[in-house]
Design a protein around this ligand. Sequence first.
Ligand code: SER
Length: 897
Amino acid sequence: MQTHEIRKRFLDHFVKAGHTEVPSASVILDDPNLLFVNAGMVQFVPYFLGQRTPPWDRAVSVQKCIRTPDIDEVGITTRHNTFFQMAGNFSFGDYFKKGAIEFAWTLLTNPQDQGGYGFDPERIWATVYLDDDEAISLWQEVAGLPLERIQRRGMADNYWSMGIPGPCGPSSEIYYDRGPEYGIDGGPEANEDRYIEIWNLVFMQNERGEGTSKSDFEILGPLPRKNIDTGMGVERVACLLQDVDNVYETDLLRPAIDLVAGIAPRGYGRGNHSDDVRYRIIADHSRTAAIIIGDGVSPGNEGRGYVLRRLLRRIIRAAKLLGVEQPIMAELMVTVRDAMSPSYPELGRDFDRIQRIAVAEETAFNRTLASGSRLFDDAARTTKSSGATVLSGTDAFTLHDTYGFPFELTLEMAAEAGLSVDEEGFRGLMAEQRQRAKADAAARKQAHTDLTAYRDLVDTHPTQFTGFDELTTEARILGIFVDGRRVPVVGHDTATAQHRIELVLDRSPFYAESGGQIADEGTITGTGASQTAKAAVSDVQKIAKTLWVHRATVESGEFVEGDTVVAAVDPRWRHGATQGHSGTHMVHAALRQVLGPNAVQAGSLNRPGYLRFDFNWQGALNDDQRSQIEEVTNQAVEADFEVHSFTTDLEKAKSMGAMALFGEAYPDEVRVVEIGGPFSLELCGGTHVRNSAQIGPVTILGESSVGSGVRRVEAYVGLDSFRHLAKERALMAGLASTLKVPSEEVPARVAGLVERLRAAEKELDRMRLANARAAAVNAVAGAEQVGKVRLVAQRMAGGMSAGDLRTLVGDIRGKLGSEPAVVALIAEGENDSVPFVVAVNAAAQDLGLRANELVKPFGAAVNGRGGGKADLAQGSGKGAAGIDAALAALRAEIDRS
Ligand code: SER
């Protein structure tokens, strides 16, 4: 049975049983604790926790899930995917254990011609949580499962949570016995390769708190209602129903394996286990990468972007190790699209972008590999020339750390070069690095746990934002924090050395940083008896979305919890901030007018006077596009459009064409900001000007790349824009006066000067060469006879470079004819360096002289080292004082030979 059919049967089965079909959520949901959606239930968390009322009692979905903690298992086991489809049925306070078991059992065991999967009931096993006698009885009653095929397991296996605070509960897992050829019997408890888990039924009834592992967390108490959350692994069911050995060989993944097997010199399934693992990694990861990019992530160096980058690089590395020389990403993405788009049409719709981003990363990584290879060659050469056979751990680590060069590849290339690698040294350095990373993470966690100090307030006192309507608000102090600890009172003298505190107010006109707009600045002052209290606010951050924390410096007096204060935003600051934010919307709209709808927003930042805007785009913008964007923006500013903001529901806003940030989770009620009707319509919670002319002039400063496939424009707005232009004008005036021409003639004048400079440099080169030739003639005239050898050993004029010396040596050697001859030149170079070159002609080599040996004592006399071949060697030292000694040493050496 094909995967698309398995999916369809699941949805049909549950829709028929009164479930509403809910589409898969994006793999990115707005939860800073969750990198990617890792289970079908994630989009329903607020319903389980009772924070929102579910619109239905029963739901069914097939959710796109990403799990990367087991990335190293991919391809090695038969069942680990970094992307998989989780089919799930959900009950929000409706049916519970009995219903869940019944529904699962009928779908699994109903014959295929009756819409089921047709699994042999005799091969199905179940596990339950240690004390869940009720589930055991239900399995017996409902499914007729004998007691010996029901096993009790502990918290780590049969008590499910998201790994972070949220809903949780005991679970019952369903396993299928693949038969004795897959290992020993004894049920899932004994062997999870033979007994493969296909479905997890979670009896979601409690809420968990913080914890350290799967089996160690605090249970805070029961949820408002008892719920059901189940997850069936679509790929695993496909593996069984298609009777293939592992999930990578199922119908949606196999095409990628076949594609690469058609290109790589060694095929798939030919008995080479490491090769097979590489094929499976490619098939698994290319699908995951396409899905992640599809949901709006670009490769980067942290967070989700880093996961994506790692997946893409592992594909490329695996392909290289399989012996694939050519780029393969473009074709892989086509394969993924063709296999997956019947279930995920967005992969087809957005294919160009997905493919572009994946290919750009491949190109960039191949460049990395190329520079890494050069470094490898150097390291290998140095290792060999020192007579060693082991590449150092430091070299392998630098390759890995600086060049992203995979260790396996270093091993293989070293083997080809006849070297081994100090693996232990490498691992030691990696461990040290991990240690450092851990320490960093621990430090961050520290900062995170501190947030628990605000917990009381988060739950009971959301801050009311008044800043859309007023800049000054009377408010009450709800909490005062110093160094993350809550204190009742803080004064200028009792705050920390820098007098830095955090204030939580019940109402605030201060905009907290979000949506790219940075926080307002201003003051908080006491009233009544504490009117001497004054603090300057420099930052405002939201905690858990609802609580505004004002970071401030106490300038005088004392603040007491419960006191009334006046919170006042600096009006000039706010004016600038509105200009920056509205300017950002204008640039966004202009950009899409000029470049088209593919220029999708990827991020933004604005503050008074300045804005930057990131968007998905391949390649640099040309001058024409840049000036058009600037022109359209300024025309729209000048048109003095009115700015409206209103709230509406998300669907309505989207149907009006309001632009939303891709992959961002929005609440049901959203705020829309409209500038000039259709010109600009965006979902936005920021503060804006009233009319577009208030933005003032917008000057685009430049455009640059910020990662593959993402460009950034930066601009000044308002007075800053004017000041920038005025500065450029002053600069131009200065240039014009220095060059003594009117400003419009400056470009031609500069071009003329550059031209003349080039001509002068050429002339200089010519003269240097002529001088060098003359020096060569002189040097030959000064040749001396040492034993059988004609020797030119000379100190050259100061300022000569190693390159100059090499040219000269060549010339002199040519002039000395075929009798045995040695040429050694040394000079006082730049920056106190002493470059030297030694050449030995063929006849002198016949006498046993070698340039690479002669250069050693020569170099030693000037504190330097040199190396090379028998005919030519060179090096550099420090300290001109040793030059005469060096020449003497060389003479003596030749004399001895
Ligand atoms: N949440 C459970 C899981 O992910 C069942 O859906 O396994």
